[in-house]
Design a protein around this ligand. Sequence first.
Ligand SMILES: Cc1cc2nc3c(=O)[nH]c(=O)nc-3n(C[C@H](O)[C@H](O)[C@H](O)COP(=O)(O)OP(=O)(O)OC[C@H]3O[C@@H](n4cnc5c(N)ncnc54)[C@H](O)[C@@H]3O)c2cc1C
Length: 250
Amino acid sequence: MDILREPRVTLIARPQFLEPAHLPVQWQGDASDGERIAEFAGRLCYMSQHNPAGRTTAEYLRNILRQGHGSVFEHASYVVLIEGISRSCSHELVRHRAGWGYSQLSQRYVDESHAAFVMPPAIQGDEALEAAWTRQIEAAQAAYVAAVEQLMARYEWVENKVHRRKLAREAARSVLPNATEVKIVASANVRAWRTMLELRLGEGAELEIRRMAVACLRVLTQEAPALFDDFEIFRSEEGGEAGRVGFHKV
Ligand SMILES: Cc1cc2nc3c(=O)[nH]c(=O)nc-3n(C[C@H](O)[C@H](O)[C@H](O)COP(=O)(O)OP(=O)(O)OC[C@H]3O[C@@H](n4cnc5c(N)ncnc54)[C@H](O)[C@@H]3O)c2cc1C
């Protein structure tokens, strides 16, 4: 049985900027396509493509973030594959709606007999708690395997094998714990990412989703620093990392 102790976040898609030849911007400094799209959109609002202040993309976007000009950040979207998070963590993530899209592993179709489980951060590092938690998870996994077997037998008369498996797995999953690992593809535009990150990096957020948000922030900041580097990551007094936003969007 695999026990996972941290999430894995992989960037799987980034925006591509196709600059219109008839509206060229006087760019200053290097930038990624997502950052360029945001600057292009911002400059369109004021027709300032000639860049009168001679700002780099990073300087320009910082000013837009400071002003809270949110729509500029809705044009660039980033897609990540998130693995190693629990079903309860993904349930919290998918509450973020505006600007988000999700595709999550289906427990109705996928056999969870060999699923991995995510140990909550609060349990990690305490030998007795870890041992008790592992025993409970093993028992739940065994209950799932037994339930699938019994349900497959009960629905033996269902000719379509795929349908029969689905009937068995969708009922058996009810005994799987919240800690069962899910894999999820999550996409969001930058404004939506920033809203989620601000809420979930905070010390009031649940520890696992906070850890996931920190991992997402690191991936996004590496990809497009000017869109995310006003966030600050710090060590939380109660353990683990947390974060705060530099430019809060009202
Ligand atoms: C610390 C913490 C504790 C929480 N505890 C609970 C809990 O106990 N129970 C619970 O059910 N949830 C809980 N939540 C989830 C919370 O209620 C939100 O569902 C979640 O944070 C998503 O936030 P959002 O709706 O602002 O995000 P998004 O869906 O990403 O929306 C972003 C913003 O768009 C606007 N918006 C989006 N949809 C609408 C709409 N339909 N109408 C009007 N404006 C809209 C709002 O301004 C919103 O803030 C908790 C969240 C946090 C961070």
